[in-house]
Design a protein around this ligand. Sequence first.
Ligand code: ATP
Ligand code: MG
Length: 416
Amino acid sequence: MINKPRGTEDILPEDSPLWRKIERTAHEVCENFGFKEIRTPVFEDTNLFQRGVGDTTDVVQKEMYTFEDKGGRSITLRPEGTASVARSFIEHSLYAGPQPTKLYYIISCYRYEKPQSGRLREFHQFGIECLGSSSPATDAEIITLALTFFKRLGITDLKLNLNSIGCPECKKEYNEKLREYFKQYENELCDTCKTRLERNPMRIIDCKSEVCSKIAEGAPKMIDFLCDECREHFDKTCKYLDSVGVEYVIDPNIVRGLDYYTRTVFEITSDALGAQSTVCGGGRYNGLIEEIGGKPTEGIGFALGIERLVMIMKAQGFTGDVASGTDIFIGSIGDKADIAASVLVYNLRLNGINAERDLLGRSVKAQMKYANKIGSRFSMVLGEDEVDSMQANLKNMETGETVSVKLNADEIAKLL
Ligand code: ATP
Ligand code: MG
C-alpha cells in the first residue's frame, strides 16, 4: 500500500464543493476589482526564489523543494506566487500595458515544513499582486479586496492587523537599533537567528522559536522609526480604510516572511485556526521587481491559504455549492435496450442533462435501487417493447408519477 506523501492532502469529492465555492468567489471578486488571472509554472529556476523571496527568510533557508533536473539545472517547486508573477511581469513586458498591472492566481505551493494542523508541504494559495502603483489607495484596495472576498463567503470573526515596516532608508536606522537590542541576547538566539543578526535582524521578529519570539517582544518597533514619507503613506492608507469602514488593529510586530517587503504589511487572522492563526498575509514590496532584474516598480499583494480558509469555513458550519445531482437514470433490460439506453444517455448528456445508466450489469431491480441511492430525480426503464415503440414511461422518483414520453432526448430534456 502506497500512501500520500507526508504533508499532502487529498481533496475528496465531499470537500471539493467547498473548494469550488472558494475558487468561484475568488474569480468573481477579482473581476469586480479589475484583477486578471495569471498562471505560471509549478517550478522555476531556484535563483528566482533565492532573490525574490530572499535568502535570509525561513522559506529559502529551510523550506524549499529544490532539486537538480536531468539537464543539471537547479529547479525549485514554487513556495509562493509573488516571485513568479514578478518574473512574468518582467519577462512579458506587462509594464508596457495600461498601469497598474493587476493580477491574481490560485495555485499549489510547496514548502518542506513540519506538517501540523494548518501547515502542509503542499498547500494552496489565492493571491493577488498589483504592480506599478505607489499610491496608498492601492494598499487600501488590496486589503479591501481580501475583506470583500471573506465577506462574500459569509465569514465573520476575522481580525485585520496592520503595520508599516518602512523603506530601505528608515530601515537602516531601525536595523541598527535592532542589532543593538538583539546583540544583548546573542547567545540565547536560535542558530538561524544568530546568522540573521548581522544580515537581516528584522527577520528575528518573525522567528517561530519560543525563545526568539520571547526576546523579540521587547525589541524596538519599526513603526516608531518611520521616515516622514513612510509615515504619511501609512496614515493615508489608514484614512482610506477608515473611509470605507474597515476595522483594523495596528500591530507593530508584523514583519512578514519575505525580505523585500516595504511600508504596508498586514495579516488577517481567525480564532478558529489555533496556532496557525494567519489565513492571509500581504504587503508592499517596492524593491522586488528591481531585485530580480526589472526596472524599479512598486508592488503590493497578498496571499491567502486556502486550506486554512477551508478549516475556518468548516468550523463555522459552511458547506460548498450544492452539486446539481443526477437528473435521470435510464435503466435497461436486455442487449437491445442496453444499447438504446447508452444512446439516450449520451444524447441527454449532450443536452446538458445529468444522465446515468447502469455500468455493472445489474438486474433491473438492482438498477432501480442504485437510482434511488444516488438520488436521481427521474428514472426510466427500457426493454425490448420500449425500444420497438420508441415510447417509455418517465417516472418522477419523488412523487411516483409517471408519464409516457417519446424516446427522444430533446423531448425528455424538456420534462426534467
Ligand atoms: P506562517 O507564519 O503561518 O508560516 P507564512 O508567513 O510563511 O505563514 P506566507 O508566506 O505569507 O505565510 O503565505 C500566505 C498564507 O499561505 C499564510 O497566511 C497561510 O494561510 C498560507 N500558508 C503558508 N504556509 C503554509 C503551509 N505550510 N501550509 C498551509 N498553508 C500555508
Ligand atoms: Mg511559514
